[in-house]
Design a protein around this ligand. Sequence first.
Ligand code: FES
Length: 73
Amino acid sequence: MYVCVCRAVTERQIFQAARAGAKNLKDLKRELGVAAECGRCASCAKDCLREAHQEAATVAKIIPLHAPGLGYA
Ligand code: FES
């Protein structure tokens, strides 16, 4: 699903950016151009990022980082 129509950024790309270290909308703007034009996507992009971080936190609880080769990066 497209989150940012102006820059053709998908939810999947935002999840990937979160896994790569994007922490906030500013990071998404710098990395993907999200909210760099009309700005209508800002709220949805933040929601996606929050969801990605929650998912990462859940996975980290299930698969502890100290388990060799199984940690969430
Ligand atoms: S929809 Fe993202 S900047 Fe316009």
